[in-house]
Design a protein around this ligand. Structure first.
Ligand code: ADP
Length: 574
């Protein structure tokens, strides 16, 4: 109630009514008092004027005793004190006291006024009578000369009594009017604030979640319109809320039922949201609000989250947790500074891959011995057989070589896939490596009449890597360059660029058509099948190269133009 609209308006209203009543009381009282005094003054003036003809002859003849008797007689008749004073202030006659005993009246304000203005009036306390009095003084003139002053005075006691009665009456009336006003204001304000109170309690119910609340008001005023809008609003909120709850339930059921582990980390790395699958992966039910590294204690996972937070970009990584394999994707939400983690179980795919790989390795191993035997017999037949047999033996030997190459490449690829990032890491001097590899190709280069150039930048740093694999990579690239170049030259360049070492293999060969460039790193992908077969290609060389580059955390790009040449650029971190 203390700060309600009602108390504010009603309080101000009470204050205004009180102030107005007090002002009206005060001014009406003053007006009445002044009016009363001025009417008595006028009456006294008339009485004074009436006395003048009787007083004048007595004054002229200096019959002061007779004057005093006249004054006393007239004063008692008209119930008014009459005093006659000479121009010097000496009292000549007085209706209520002995004039001889009275002090000089020259300085009385009404006397001074009468002498200067012709008439004087003043209300003050009388020292003679010891009461408040109203005085009116009039000069008595003879031949333009003031010979005395007649002063008439009445007690103001009656006026005071009258005024106090009047005051009480006015006060009573004012009180009644005020009461009526206040009761009226109270009823009016109550009727004004009641609907507002209703609306307010309705709003409080809505705020506490009760959207069934309605406010019904009578009338057609603005508050009624407000109540109607309120009812409309609660209807809309209700339907919106229902829709939202439905959507939330839907999302929740999808969220909990998906078999991918799902979690959201806040800016401090706390798990603020997670589904059942994530809890299963973490093998912990109570993970909400815990830090991610407390829940999943895995070095690779920790690094993944850290990198995503630092670089503010999305990353995916394969993880092994409790004997299962997962593809963990971390997505950075820039607006909220949060990370969304999704764990997809890839154990089955991984197992299938392993079965496939094992199968390829086993088949390759099993094929190697019979293929070597066939090649041996074909060679013997080539040497010892007749001309016809020699031709067949040569075809058998060429195809056996191709099969042996395929088997070797398949074994290499399987081995690379198996080892993945667990390659040997040692210091590799790329210049020494290049010198060794070039030696393998010397005779083929001379045979084909191709120029070769090795460009090594001064101060080329030593890199960390698997020497055997890097050698394999260079062999495959140079082998292709020699295979697919008929004239011109081959350049091998080694340079340092920022924090990487660039290995560039450039040739002036047949080139690769643009539409094939994207696919040449796929297994068994060849541009021209017959040419590749003729040249002993397997279609696996570049897949092996790409695997080796990726396992060294490097990148490979290829540029080529038909009949002009091809350039492979490999960037490895150093
Ligand atoms: P292949 O054993 O057939 O050479 P690769 O995987 O090494 O298989 O290469 C895939 C295909 O890419 C090749 O068949 C060939 O068409 C093309 N290619 C690779 N290197 C070059 C090159 N330096 N010049 C022209 N074509 C090339």
């Amino acid at each position: 109630m203390k700060h309600s609209i009602f108390s504010k308006i009603f309080g101000s209203y009470v204050l205004i009514v009180f102030l107005l009543s007090a002002l009206i009381l005060f001014f009406s009282f003053r007006v009445f008092k002044n009016f009363y005094i001025s009417s008595i003054t006028d009456e006294l003036k008339l009485l004074g004027n009436a006395l003048e003809p009787e007083v004048t002859p007595l004054l002229e003849e200096k019959r002061f005793q007779a004057l005093d008797a006249l004054v006393k007689d007239s004063g008692s008749k008209i119930k008014t004190r009459i005093t006659v004073i000479d121009p010097q202030g000496a009292v000549l006659a007085d209706s209520q006291s002995d004039p001889k005993l009275m002090e000089n009246h020259r300085n009385r304000p009404e006397i001074i006024q009468a002498l200067t203005n012709g008439v004087g009036s003043f209300s003050r306390y009388s020292t003679t009578i010891k009461q408040d009095m109203l005085y009116v003084a009039l000069p008595v003139r003879k031949d333009e000369k003031t010979i005395a002053i007649v002063r008439l005075s009445v007690l103001l006691k009656d006026l005071h009594n009258l005024l106090s009665i009047l005051q009480k009456e006015i006060f009573k009336s004012a009180l009644i009017i005020m009461l009526i006003c206040l009761i009226g204001a109270f009823i009016f304000l109550k009727s004004l604030t009641r609907p507002i109170k209703k609306l307010n309690s309705g709003l409080q119910k809505v705020a506490s979640g009760d959207f069934e609340t309605k406010v019904f008001l009578k009338g057609k005023d603005e508050v009624k319109q407000l109540a109607d809008s309120f009812n409309l609003m609660t209807d809309q909120i209700k339907s919106l809320f229902a829709e939202l709850s439905f959507q939330k339930e839907n999302l929740n059921s999808i969220f909990t039922s998906i078999k991918e582990g799902f979690a959201v980390l806040d800016e401090k790395g706390r798990i603020i949201l997670s589904n059942e699958s994530f809890k299963k992966i973490a093998q912990n039910k109570l993970i909400d609000e815990k830090l991610y590294w407390e829940v999943i204690r895995d070095l690779k996972f920790g690094e993944l989250v850290k990198t995503v937070r630092e670089n503010k970009r999305n990353l995916s990584e394969e993880l092994e947790l409790n004997g299962k394999f997962y593809l963990c994707s971390a997505t950075f939400l820039t607006l909220r500074d949060q990370i969304v983690i999704v764990f997809s179980d890839i154990t089955e795919t991984k197992n299938m891959e392993k079965i496939k790989r094992d199968f390829v390795v086993n088949v390759s191993h099993e094929l190697r011995t019979p293929l070597t035997a066939i090649k041996g017999f074909a060679e013997t037949l080539e040497e010892e057989g007749d001309e016809n047999a020699k031709t067949y033996a040569e075809v058998i030997k060429r195809n056996t070589d191709r099969l042996i190459n395929i088997v070797q490449d398949l074994l290499l690829l399987s081995e690379l896939e198996e080892k993945g990032s667990k390659l040997e890491s040692e210091d590799v001097n790329l210049k020494h490596l290049a010198d060794n590899v070039i030696r393998i190709f010397k005779s083929r280069l001379t045979e084909k009449g191709l120029d070769f150039q090795l460009n090594v930048e001064n101060g080329l740093p030593v890199i960390k890597g698997d020497l055997f694999r890097l050698e394999q990579m260079l062999i495959n690239l140079l082998d292709n360059a020699v295979k697919y170049t008929e004239k011109g030259k081959i350049v091998l360049a080694l340079k340092q660029k920022n924090k990487t070492v660039e290995i560039i293999v450039e040739d002036t060969g047949i080139g690769i058509p643009q539409e094939h460039l994207k696919r040449i790193f796929e297994r068994f992908y060849v541009v021209d099948k017959s040419r590749s077969k003729k040249l002993g290609g397997t279609g696996l060389g570049l897949s092996i190269v790409k695997h080796i580059v990726l396992s060294h955390k490097g990148t490979i790009v290829v540029e080529s133009s038909l009949a002009k040449g091809t350039t492979f650029t490999i960037m490895l971190p150093c």
